[in-house]
Design a protein around this ligand. Structure first.
Ligand code: AMP
Ligand code: ZN
Length: 469
């Protein structure tokens, strides 16, 4: 299994710290609002990475945090006249609902920054003791960036080039820094803000320290994969490396994975541009499986454009897969033959090439775009090679492979009846529209398509009713 590592800018064979086990940390959202569709990309991508590693028999310890102390949360709390925790707890709950609807598995641990302050104070203390951090007069603690020789190794930035020896980079209020690139580990509280006591001042942590501390606490000093969106490479992940490696004296993470951004209608998503969508907005129009499928049709390191048309295309694509699964189930129920014929055995060998293609794509830095193409090929092959005369065993084997591969992608083909019902209702509505347009050919096609899935339509005075044959 090869992973593209931002640290080395190369695809590397994954060799884990502990054989057979993977320690993985993904930077989670700041919880001050409903998550937007951009936030959903790393969730879906890294959940799929996790699922594939589990499919390959690896045990994955997956940690993803909630940043629950932050300027934006405090601002939202002041606006509503409530405590910051009211805001963060509310949006953690909402985020978990969205994750469930996106079929993102809960992490092994979902730590929250405010519950890990003790660990942060400890790490900051260690950094000061080792000369990697210093407290300014007002109690702000800064990381001494120049003390960490490898600073810049992840983002491939050279501090001297950036800085050009020019101290004018110092912004007002930060004159107390030794160097413009020093960053905050701990800062004094402002009026009305949540704060914790510390040996330096009553205050709260800077953003970067939380991930170093939570990763250490739940996964150990050395982990395998650290991941997040590409905007986190600098400064967030660069700073995490500096803190963790300076404090622990060990390599922090072996592989750094970053997803590219999601744009909307080819523009950066932004509230002011009117092209901003929460995951919840999308759920009003689509089953969120469609959003998941849409995201996985692109490679995670490629920028992805979201638009209404592309979502429709994704819906149709996913429908093709779900329909194939439904047909297989229907054929199984109605098949008279139990055991595989010799010809079917031969065919199954052919089918296995799609599994191989799927795995090759995923082994190559989790190329879900090609992996989904392999699923489409399997669907096409299944549609061509199955019929009412097929044996139950044969149909079951095809169904099992389709289910296994879609499971790795977090797509559910064995959906509860309600989703199935929604698809049937959708087709019935399309048939009614076709009839209204006097397009009887299309209307008949839809009736036949439903019939092939075992759904019989009845035109009644109260409208169209359907039942399973
Ligand atoms: P935040 O709450 O801003 O810290 O973001 C949580 C996660 O979502 C981080 O991994 C970000 O990199 C990621 N993210 C934010 N916006 C986008 C976007 N438009 N496309 C892809 N990932 C994003
Ligand atoms: Zn982080």
């Amino acid at each position: 299994m090869k992973i593209y590592n931002t640290l080395t800018k190369k695809k590397e064979e994954m060799i884990t710290v502990e054989p057979g086990k993977v320690r993985m940390y993904v930077c989670g959202p700041t919880v001050y609002n409903l998550i937007h569709i951009g936030n959903a990309r790393p969730m879906i991508v890294f959940d799929t990475v996790r699922r594939y590693m589990e499919y390959k028999g690896l045990e994955v310890n997956f940690v993803s945090n909630f940043t629950d102390v932050d300027d934006k949360i405090i601002k939202a709390a002041i606006a509503e006249g409530v405590e910051a925790t009211v805001i963060s707890e509310r949006y953690i709950e909402e985020c978990k609902k969205d994750m469930k609807a996106l079929n993102v598995k809960p992490a092994t641990y979902h730590p929250q920054a405010t519950m890990e302050i003790g660990g942060m104070l400890e790490m900051i203390h260690t950094l000061i003791e080792k000369g990697h951090a210093y407290a300014a007069e007002d109690g702000t603690v800064y990381f001494r960036t120049k003390s960490f020789a490898e600073y810049g190794k992840l983002s491939h930035k050279n501090l001297d080039d950036l800085q050009g020896g020019n101290r004018s980079l110092l912004v007002s209020g930060e004159e107390q820094k030794e160097d413009p690139f020093d960053f905050v580990l701990w800062k004094p509280k402002k009026d009305g803000e949540p704060y914790w006591e510390s040996e330096w001042c009553n205050g709260r942590p800077g953003w970067h320290i939380e991930c170093s501390v939570m990763s250490k606490r739940y996964l150990g000093d050395e982990i395998d994969i650290h991941a997040g969106g590409e905007d986190l490479v600098f400064p967030h992940h660069e700073n995490e490396i500096a803190q963790s490696e300076a404090a622990n004296g060990k390599q922090f993470a072996r592989y750094w994975m970053h997803n590219a951004f999601l744009n909307v209608d080819n523009k950066k998503m932004g509230k002011s541009l009117g092209n901003f969508f929460t995951v919840r907005d999308i759920s009003e129009k689509y089953d969120l499986q469609v959003l998941r499928f849409f995201m996985l049709q692109a490679h995670y390191r490629s920028p992805l454009n979201f638009s209404a048309d592309l979502m429709e295309t994704a819906k149709n694509g996913l429908d093709r897969i779900l329909t194939a699964a439904t047909s297989l189930k229907y054929l199984m129920q109605n098949s008279g033959a139990e055991v595989l014929t010799a010809q079917e055995e031969e065919l199954l060998k052919e089918m296995d090439t799609y599994r191989v293609k799927f795995e090759e794509a995923m082994d190559d830095d989790f190329n879900t775009a090609d992996a989904i193409s392999a699923i489409f090929e399997l669907v096409k092959w299944s549609n061509t090679n199955t019929a009412t005369a097929s044996s139950k065993d044969f149909l079951q084997k095809i169904y099992d492979l389709l289910k296994t591969l879609t499971d790795v992608c977090g797509l559910i083909v064995e959906k509860e009846d309600e989703i199935l019902d929604a698809r049937i209702e959708d087709l019935i509505a399309q048939r009614q529209a076709a009839r209204k347009d006097k397009n009887f050919k299309r209307a008949d096609e839809i009736r036949d398509e439903l019939l092939s899935q075992g759904i019989v339509l009845e035109d009644t005075r109260e409208g169209v009713k359907w039942k399973k044959a």
